[in-house]
Design a protein around this ligand. Structure first.
Ligand SMILES: N[C@@H](CCC(=O)N[C@@H](CS)C(=O)NCC(=O)O)C(=O)O
Length: 202
């Protein structure tokens, strides 16, 4: 088995942190986007979308999508449970993970893709959309701050994949001038906690 990885990418980071939380080591293949390695015919044969992460199993089976890859490892290595411990908690983890993807991680990537020269020529940039996403993020950070007033983690009393998605999304804020404002004390407290975990730099 090998995991094709993009060191700076938010989604590959989600998988690396997930694996580190599980204590699972998987051989990694670094793909350098700056050199266009994710657009070579060889890589596109693995994932025609040219995106990472990609997991290749020993029999040649390919899995893409970071959450699909994480779910596969959750089944192989159930401890510690990162997708919930019972039916209701699993549903709540799903709910919050989706929210963290759609309300935090997605607008953060759009701020980057529509507002920075790195993406010129790679996508059709619409700078105004990047600005709309900045506004949305400010609103959603305030919402998440209120949500975290009475719990330690995104879902409840334990760290889950929803925290991983939120922390990776918000980590990107450093690069696009969308850091968590100091006034959002609950969100700042939660973020300081998750980025201090030993797995945070996986
Ligand atoms: N929905 C996919 C998104 C994958 C994705 O967008 N990966 C980014 C890195 S965070 C990438 O490979 N981008 C390269 C490109 O768009 O050219 C997942 O969750 O794995």
């Amino acid at each position: 088995m090998k995991l094709y990885d993009l060191k700076a990418g938010m989604n590959p980071r989600r998988v690396r942190i997930f694996l580190a939380e599980k204590g699972v080591e998987v051989p990694m293949v670094d793909v350098d986007m700056m050199k266009g390695e994710n657009a070579t015919p060889e890589f596109l044969a693995l994932n025609p979308l040219g995106k990472l992460p990609v997991l290749e199993l020993d029999d040649g089976t390919i899995l893409t999508e970071s959450m699909a890859i994480c779910r596969y490892f959750e089944e192989l290595h159930p401890e510690p449970p990162l997708f919930g411990r019972d039916p209701l908690e699993r549903a709540r983890v799903e709910m919050w993970n989706r929210r963290m993807e759609l309300e935090i991680a997605y607008p953060m990537t759009q701020v980057f893709q529509h507002g920075y020269p790195f993406w010129e020529g790679r996508i059709t940039q619409v700078p105004a959309f990047g600005e709309v996403c900045r506004e949305r993020l400010r609103d959603r950070m305030a919402w998440l701050n209120d949500e975290l007033a009475d719990r330690d983690y995104i879902v409840g009393d334990s760290y889950t994949v929803a925290d991983i998605t939120a922390q990776c999304g918000l980590l990107m804020g450093k690069a696009v001038d969308m850091r968590i404002p100091d006034t959002l004390a609950n969100l700042s407290r939660w973020f300081d906690g998750v980025v201090s975990r030993p797995t945070a730099r996986a």
